[in-house]
Design a protein around this ligand. Structure first.
Ligand code: GRG
Length: 273
C-alpha cells in the first residue's frame, strides 16, 4: 500500500491494540467499566480533533485523510465491555455478536483506507460484508487456537455451550482438558466437536475471499497474505491432533514467507463483480 495508507492502517492497529490491552494486558485485572467509559470519551475526543497523546494524534491524522466512521470503534469498546461481564456464550448468535464487536469491526475500520478497485461496479456493501467476515473468521480461529489458555488462565469458554452439549461435552471437561486416559490423546468427542468448529470457520473465510479482489489493487496482496496465514492456523490445529488444551497451534515464520508468492498470485486475478 502507499505510505499514507500504511500509516493509516498502523494508526488503526495501534488504537485497537491499546483497546485490547485494557482488558487483556498486564493491568487487565483492575480494569473497570468506568475505565472503558473514559476510553470511549477519549475516542470521541479523537474524532473531535482533540487527541490526548501522540498516538491519538496519528488517528486524528488518519481521520483527516480517509472517511472513517466512529461506529465500529464504539462497537469494539462495547465488545470489551461484553468480555468483562460474560464468561460464557450460549449460542453461535451470541458468539457472533462478540466476534463482530472485537474483530469484525477491524474489517469495517480498514475498508475506507484500503478502498475498492477503481473498476469495481457492484454494491460496496458486499465488500464491507467480506471485510467483516475476515475479522470474524480470524476471531473464530483465534478462539479455537486458545481454548485451553482461555479456560485455564481466565475461566473463559468462548465456543458456544449449545454446540458443546450437542457433542455431549460439559463445561467442566473443557476446563479440565479432554484427554482419553487409555491413549493420552484428545477425546474423540472433542475431535468431532473441533472438526465441526473448524469447518464453520473455514466457511467464514470463504465468505471473506469473495471480497478481496474487489479491493483496490494495492490492498489485495496484504489482505490475501493475512487471510492465508491466519487460516493456516486451522490446519495447524488439525496437525496437533486437535489438542488445543496444552498445545498452541501456529504457522512457523518460514512457512509464512513461503506462502507469500501464492497470496500474490491470488491478488493478481481480476475477480470483480
Ligand atoms: C476481506 C476484505 C474485503 C477486506 C479486509 C478487511 C480486513 C483488513 C480485515 C481484518 C480484520 C482483522 C485483522 C481482525 C482482527 C482479528 C483478530 C482475531 C486479531 C487477533 O489479534 P491477536 O489476539 O493479537 O492475535 P495473535 O494472538 O494471533 O497475535
Amino acid at each position: 500500500m502507499t505510505p499514507e495508507k500504511q500509516r493509516a492502517i498502523w494508526a488503526i492497529y495501534v488504537w485497537c491494540r491499546r483497546t485490547d490491552e485494557l482488558v487483556d494486558g498486564p493491568n487487565a485485572s483492575h480494569i473497570t467499566p468506568e475505565a472503558l467509559d473514559r476510553w470511549e470519551e477519549r475516542l470521541e475526543g479523537i474524532f473531535d480533533g482533540k487527541p490526548v497523546d501522540m498516538i491519538d494524534a496519528t488517528l486524528c491524522d488518519t481521520l483527516s485523510r480517509f472517511p472513517v466512521d466512529i461506529q465500529p470503534f464504539r462497537d469494539m469498546i462495547d465488545g470489551m465491555r461484553m468480555d468483562l461481564v460474560k464468561p460464557r456464550y450460549e449460542t453461535f448468535d451470541e458468539l457472533y455478536e462478540y466476534c463482530y464487536r472485537v474483530a469484525g469491526t477491524v474489517g469495517l475500520m480498514s475498508m475506507p483506507i484500503m478502498g475498492c478497485d477503481e473498476n469495481f461496479q457492484g454494491d460496496v456493501k458486499k465488500v464491507y460484508k467480506a471485510a467483516l467476515a475476515l475479522g470474524l473468521a480470524n476471531q473464530l480461529t483465534n478462539i479455537l487456537r486458545d481454548v485451553g489458555e482461555d479456560a485455564q488462565t481466565r475461566n473463559r469458554i468462548y465456543v458456544p455451550i449449545e454446540d458443546l452439549n450437542r457433542f455431549g461435552i460439559t463445561e467442566q471437561e473443557v476446563l479440565r482438558g479432554m484427554f482419553s486416559p487409555s491413549t493420552g490423546k484428545v477425546d474423540d468427542r472433542w475431535v468431532a466437536f473441533m472438526k465441526f468448529q473448524i469447518e464453520r470457520a473455514r466457511q467464514v473465510f470463504k465468505d471473506a475471499e469473495d471480497g478481496v479482489n474487489c479491493l483496490h489493487k494495492d490492498a489485495r496482496w496484504p489482505v490475501w497474505s493475512a487471510l492465508d496465514v491466519y487460516r493456516n492456523i486451522l490446519d495447524a490445529i488439525e496437525a496437533n491432533g486437535y489438542n488445543n488444551f496444552n498445545q498452541r497451534a501456529y504457522v512457523p515464520k518460514v512457512e509464512k514467507f513461503l506462502m507469500l508468492p501464492q497470496s500474490y498470485l491470488k491478488a493478481q486475478k481480476a475477480q470483480m463483480h
